[in-house]
Design a protein around this ligand. Structure first.
Ligand SMILES: [Fe+2]
Ligand SMILES: [Fe+2]
Length: 276
């Protein structure tokens, strides 16, 4: 008998139930309706570009660059995730819409780096070129774990932008507006993926919690291993108190566990007994 204290990723689910797919599509339509009505914004006309402060601390510009680099991996995020959900319209259409919204994030951050004088156009171009020498890959081989991971990651991303905004607030009205708009998008993304996790829990609580436990054990943000000078970049983010393990625990993990109604007992690691 083999006892595994740390089991591998749960096996991929078979094609999702048509009824569940229909519910996911409804969640997407609701998300899309609200996005169209309340959340669309324009890079050129909604940012007070004439109020960019060229004296913002270069450390803040470095963090903006880090966030921009993570956003720039969009082609990988889409290309690697779309094939697995092409028959799941709510998930696929969401990726298309999510991709549109995320594409604005890197563009607006690049524009700020250039307009603030912290980077030249050439530097920004080289940053993008260098980036694609490395490739982002999906962390999870099945869509339920991927949705749970994205729920964590989007909420964590919102907090990164919120906490950076708190540091930069009042010193650069253009940056303040950018971070406000991006942060609102990230909050909406987090809410969408959380709604999907709630659906999965209603539909198949036990397996969904198995996926949840797996993601919690293995969670890390994309910047950790993907970016040039990734460790230094993460250290800067920690030093500025934009994000760290304690923020993750109190403002990501705990609130999600609470809102999803998961109990301590359900979250305890389960031992897997396998007959060898
Ligand atoms: Fe984003
Ligand atoms: Fe996002």
């Amino acid at each position: 008998m083999v006892i595994q204290a740390n089991p591998p990723e749960p096996p991929p689910e078979v094609i999702e139930d048509p009824e569940l797919r229909e519910k996911i599509y409804k969640v997407f339509r609701d998300y899309f309706k609200k996005a169209e009505k309340k959340r669309r914004w324009n890079i050129d006309t909604d940012i007070p570009w004439d109020q960019v402060n060229k004296d913002v601390d270069p450390v803040v510009a470095d963090v903006i660059e880090t966030f921009c680099m993570v956003e720039l991996y969009l082609p990988d995020y889409l290309a690697k995730q779309l094939p697995a959900v092409r028959a799941n319209r709510g998930r696929a259409w969401m990726l298309a819409n999510w991709g549109y919204e995320e594409s604005k994030h890197s563009m607006v951050l690049e524009d700020w780096l250039i307009r603030s004088g912290h980077r030249t156009e050439k530097q920004v171009r080289e940053m993008g070129d260098d980036l694609f020498s490395r490739e982002w890959n999906v962390h999870y081989g099945n869509s339920r774990s991927a949705v749970i991971y994205t729920m964590f990651q989007e909420l964590a991303t919102r907090l990164h932008y919120r906490n950076l905004r708190a540091i930069a607030a009042g010193r650069d009205p253009a940056l303040d507006k950018i971070l406000e708009l991006v942060m609102q998008d990230e909050a909406a993304h987090a809410h969408f993926f959380r709604s999907l996790v709630q659906l999965y829990l209603e539909y198949d609580r036990e397996r969904t919690i198995e996926h949840f436990r797996h993601v919690v054990r293995t969670f890390h943000m994309p910047a950790d291993s993907l970016l040039a000078q990734g460790r230094q970049r993460m250290a800067n983010i920690r030093a500025l108190k934009i994000f760290d393990e304690s923020i993750y625990f109190t403002e990501v993990y705990q609130p999600l566990v609470q809102v999803l109604g998961l109990t301590k007992d359900e979250l305890k690691p389960k031992k897997v007994h396998r007959v060898s």
